[in-house]
Design a binder for this molecule. Sequence first.
Ligand code: NAP
Length: 470
Amino acid sequence: MKYPIGSERRPLRVAIIGAGPAAFYAAGDLLKRQNPYVEVDMFERLPTPYGLVRGGVAPDHQNIKNVTKIYERIARLPNFRFWGNVTFGKDIHRHELKSRFDSILYAVGAQSDRRMNISGEDLLGSYSATEFVGWYNGHPDYRDLTYDLSVKKVAIIGLGNVAIDVARILTKSSDVLSNTDITAYTLDALKKSQIEEIYLIARRGPVQAACTPLELQALLDLDQTRVTIDPEALQFDNASQHILEQTKDRNVRRNVELFQQISQKTTTHSRKTIHFRFLRSPVEIYARQGRVSGIKLVKNQLVRMDDDKLKAHSTNTFEELPVGMVLRSIGYLGTQLDDVPFDEKRGTIPHQTGRVFDDKTNQPIPGEYVAGWAKRGPSGVIGTNKTDAIETVQTMLEDFKDQQAEEIQQSHEDSIKSWLESKSIHFGSFQDWKNLDQIEVEAGMLKGKPREKVTQISEMMTLIEKKRKA
Ligand code: NAP
């Protein structure tokens, strides 16, 4: 017998891939109502949830991580299930999910980062800032990377919030960071750090800075760190001046005020210096004895494009900075999921209001949706994912409005569990994560930290297993 999809007899069964903010906001919006009646199964490749809130947010921004309390409340809702340590495209596949769920929602974020495509980018000493963030945050994919912090000078390319986070972490003393959830191995490395000068290289001007005022303010507030700006950079070209005067974006105006304050600030006892360098693009990274020894920059001028945006155009003037490490921080980039449409250029899944589109036929694919960075690209703050996820959920619910399907006899939870077990997948539940969370928090308490993260998947699963048996 057939029942409406979304009735108690035949719930709407949704698989969410990923467990970051967009995934949780989508789950929360799907589960907050009785009509339609929804069941959510969240599949995450790590045993731990929360995506970049755990693996991306800087350790000295603990208050931002409080948002996980909201996600935890969502995870406690009756029709929510978390299947950790399950990788889409390896352990489970799109066609298998399509036969078990009415709807698949991809909320996988952006797993990689953009490259500069310049000579010397792969030299020892030239790295991705997003991987460096993953390293200091104990993400299992990056915890085994090594960074030589015995260099004196570092160039960070890009002026978004990631660049500012990285500059701040490299500048703060290990004592100050020791009461955060930064990983123990990072603290050890920072204790030995010889870094004295950090160059933040922006290809456009202060009016076009991608970072937000809160992050800039945090640089101003740093103890014992001098921050410099070439005063010339605050003499704006006519077009930038016009934008500054006309813009409704308060962040732009506030950023410029902060850059002005930075240019006027004098710091007497500085251990380290952060230099802002505007209107410069990297063109080549040099090496000495196989290691980064410098970077060549070209000076840019801003040129107004047809869409009125100001773009950086290179001039014939170059300069060199003798740095021992380069961190590119020019944005995250999505990677293709097995068997799922992908827009190579944008690094996103093609969609219309969250409904996945087949890139070959340009037709919607029934029952497949996308939310978060996989949908709109790596932009916005954590909260931006809420509106984004709600839009996708609305699209999904519209699509299932008048659909009917056979009643399900077996509990969906049991059928997913036996399916994963039949594949010998060593999965973890939300309760398993909570047990691991407790272990981390207790280990942290002994050191005066909010938590000491477990950073290897094998160790996480061993601890989970031990708790289950206890
Ligand atoms: P982002 O905000 O997109 O900034 C990227 C920066 O790289 C921009 O300054 C951009 O300059 C520059 N860039 C891009 N391509 C370049 C190239 N080829 N050469 C030189 N420079 C280049 O990226 P993000 O810093 O990775 O941050 C990603 C998202 O996470 C953002 O939405 C950010 O706000 C968010 N986030 C938030 C926080 C927080 O709220 N505390 C912390 C971290 C990250 P143009 O402007 O000229 O393109």
